[in-house]
Write a protein that binds this ligand. Structure first.
Ligand code: NAD
Length: 489
């Protein structure tokens, strides 16, 4: 299907070379059809070791970490090369991720590719050195200079839901900062990463070993990368459970663990909002990419007095969205990534029923699809915020609607969660909105539909949604060490 992946068989990128996996190949599946799309190189522990070795050598023995202008040029070159292959990448992404075509014009592909330009810009314009001036600590007149330097070898471990967005949100700033990288993508989306590896190897001047891409069916390679003493930092995006394992795994070598984890964000509708319009927006947004987005607001909190009206409005929107072929430009809700993921969502729907929840709309597999891991957009009503489906991340097109008794109560419910990733607030009174946005403990918040997603905006979570920020200057600085040089003045 692609000249990037000759014979529909992808390879690893290790030490600048595209190589076969020592464990042979594994299948990558089209989630919309359940057909095997093709084969991906299956790396084993020895491949991973070689990749780490290559990254270590490139960091320690080349000028990559010190040549800011060269790195900026390489990142621009990568962006241009990716853009020249954008149509091939789009088809791979739709087929492998089940990503709706419409999203590939934005966060599923073209957005993050363009955003490499932001990272390239930072490599050139960042203040790598700051003069802290002269002081006289302990009576010794001293000039202090603060220098920012790359951390070293970064192990990047990523999930399948927005593979390009997350791979580039790590590669861009990590490389711009002067690090070298070993990227271990999710087993469900190896081609998205391998295609990027092919472009890096063949169409950029990025030196051998600076980027290594190790696809594998074996999740334990992630743990191995985390534990490797030659790796200085782990940049992880995935579930909170795995994030916990990564933090534990990183502890033995005390390496930095940067974590972007799960969410159970709240969509707060205040009583002065247009309730029906707000609920309709909330319902629509949980269907985007079949709800497989960490930052989606999956708990809809509505004024108790308007509960029935709100349920009706959300149900009408959810019932009107048909999961469809992701290749169709009109589709917003495609399939889930895998049978395993669908089974997980169905398990949560069963739990909702067992715990007394009312499935207002949806709740099963859509009749019109015999194949593909589709699930109907679903609304669950009449459960408290303590219900399992209100506490745990489902990662499907499933919205839970919960009544609140005013602004303070809405904030209390929003914060009554182990997560703190994102959320939305809808209302008209700016003072009330301000108080609510001050009260909600999450990394990003949208007010009345405002969009926070952008290359220059740091994204990440409070509480168990993560540690650190991705994107923006803050996201770039995650990949830097701080050094201070003190000389007599
Ligand atoms: P996952 O945690 O199962 O896997 C993520 C990655 O970790 C994969 O590459 C996997 O192979 C690897 N991995 C598995 N076990 C490991 C271990 N013990 N040590 C190191 N690596 C290991 O997540 P997923 O199912 O691929 O993705 C969905 C999850 O990702 C959801 O929870 C979602 O909220 C989260 N997510 C978070 C963000 C964010 O920025 N906060 C963005 C997207 C997705």
């Amino acid at each position: 299907m692609s000249s990037l992946l000759p014979a529909d068989r992808s390879r690893l990128l290790i030490g600048g070379k595209q190589v076969e996996g020592a464990d042979g190949v594994f299948a990558t599946v089209n989630p919309a059809t359940e057909e095997v799309l093709g084969l991906a190189a299956d790396a084993n522990a020895a491949d991973l070791d070689a990749a780490v070795d290559a990254a270590r050598t490139a960091f320690d023995e080349t000028t990559w970490s010190r040549d800011h202008a060269f790195r900026a040029r390489c990142l621009e070159q990568l962006r241009t090369a990716l853009q020249s292959h954008v149509e091939e990448l789009r088809e791979i992404t739709i087929a492998e991720v089940g990503a709706p075509r419409m999203l590939t014009g934005g966060p599923q592909l073209e957005g993050p590719v363009a955003d490499l330009g932001y990272s390239a810009g930072l490599a050139e314009t960042y203040d790598w050195e700051t003069d802290l001036g002269v002081a006289e600590p302990m009576g010794i007149k001293t000039r202090r200079v603060l220098r920012r330097e790359p951390i070293g070898v970064v192990g990047a471990i990523t999930p399948w839901n927005f593979p390009h967005q997350i791979n580039f949100a790590k590669l861009g700033p990590a490389l711009a900062a002067g690090n070298t990288v070993v990227l271990k993508p999710a087993p469900d989306t190896p081609w998205c990463a391998a295609a990027v590896g092919a472009i890096i190897a063949e169409e950029t001047d990025i030196p051998a070993g600076v980027v290594n891409i190790v696809t594998s069916a074996d999740h334990t390679l992630g743990a191995r990368l985390t534990a490797d003493p030659r790796v200085d930092m782990i940049s992880f995006t995935g579930s909170t459970a795995t994030g916990r394992a990564v933090m534990t795994g990183a502890a033995a070598t005390l390496k930095k663990a940067f974590l972007e984890l799960g969410g159970k964000s709240a969509f707060i509708v205040l009583d002065d909002a247009d309730i029906a319009a707000a609920c309709s927006v909330a319902a629509f947004s949980v269907c985007v990419h079949a709800g497989q987005g960490c930052a989606l607001s999956t708990r809809l909190l509505v004024p108790r007095a308007a509960y029935d009206r709100a349920v009706q409005a959300a149900a009408a929107t959810l019932g009107g969205i048909r999961p469809g072929d992701p290749a169709d430009p009109r589709t917003i809700c495609g399939p889930l990534i895998s049978e395993r993921q669908r089974a997980r969502v169905e398990r949560y729907l069963d739990i909702a029923r067992t715990e007394g929840g009312r499935i207002v709309v949806g709740g099963g597999r859509p009749a019109q699809h015999e194949r593909g891991f589709f699930i109907e957009p679903t609304l669950i009503a009449d459960v408290p915020n303590s219900a399992t489906v209100a506490r745990e991340e489902i990662f499907g097109p499933v919205l839970v609607i919960i009544p609140h008794d005013g602004d303070e109560d809405a904030v209390r419910i929003a914060n009554d969660s182990p997560y703190g990733l994102s959320g939305s607030v809808w209302g008209t009174d700016p003072e009330r909105i301000r108080r609510v946005t001050e009260g909600v403990r999450t990394g990003t918040l949208s007010v009345n539909g405002g969009v926070w997603y952008s290359a220059d905006v740091p994204f990440g979570g409070y509480k168990q949604s993560g540690l650190g920020r991705e994107m923006g200057v803050a996201g770039f600085e995650e990949y830097l060490e701080t050094k201070v040089i003190a000389s007599p003045a």
